[in-house]
Design a protein around this ligand. Structure first.
Ligand code: SF4
Length: 191
């Protein structure tokens, strides 16, 4: 008989969101000021697991340009990051490292599950599979889910907006349907 899987049988501490102590000087305008700064300068950790990580890379490049929304400073150290985008398949072998990185991030911190693999196991979820965590929310608390296989870079940007909205309580950017479509240019007349 196969030995029991240590990851699945380990007694876990219940997943809880890291709490931040209330400020000593509790001034609403001051808190709002800090929250706006926090939301508009999210620092993601440089961390990718599979194909969805390519979408995360492309969102930081010129065409999609996550820098417009203040979240382009990908940090190589968890201690300098406040956003974890889980982009890809979470294997059981990787799970302890993922939890350790999350625990090393200072609070307040946010997690985005990017792609179907991170949300639920995606195409690797089937009967008797033995290597994949079926949803990263089994390991760490997830704030925003971005579905797709893979989700497009625009969807990852929407995820960033959702986290900003979670921090501030309001959405800063217009929704796609609120942006008027550009008027068609009149065709030049033939000579
Ligand atoms: S969701 Fe699809 S694209 Fe993303 S890591 Fe899984 S298999 Fe790859």
């Amino acid at each position: 008989m196969a030995a029991p899987d240590p990851i699945m049988t380990a007694k876990r501490i219940p997943i809880t969101k890291a709490e931040v102590l209330p400020p000593i000087i509790d001034l609403k305008p001051l808190n709002w000021f800090f929250d706006v700064n926090r939301a508009m300068s999210l620092w993601p950790i440089t961390f990718g697991l599979a194909c969805c990580a390519i979408e995360m890379m492309s969102v930081s490049m010129a065409r999609f340009d996550i820098a417009r929304f203040g979240a382009e400073v990908f940090r190589p150290s968890a201690r300098q990051a406040d956003l974890m985008m889980v982009t890809g398949t979470v294997s059981k072998k990787m799970a302890p490292a993922l939890v350790r990185l999350y625990e090393q991030m200072p609070a307040p911190k946010y997690v985005m599950a990017v792609g179907n693999c991170a949300i639920s196991g995606g195409p690797f979820k089937f009967d008797n599979q033995y290597g994949i965590i079926e949803g990263v929310d089994n390991l760490v608390p997830v704030d925003v889910y971005v579905p797709g296989c893979p989700p497009r870079p625009e969807a990852i940007l929407e995820g960033v907006f959702a986290i900003q909205e979670k921090i501030l309580g309001v959405r800063f950017w217009p929704k796609a349907e609120e942006i008027p479509s550009p008027k068609a240019e009149p065709k030049p007349e033939k000579a």
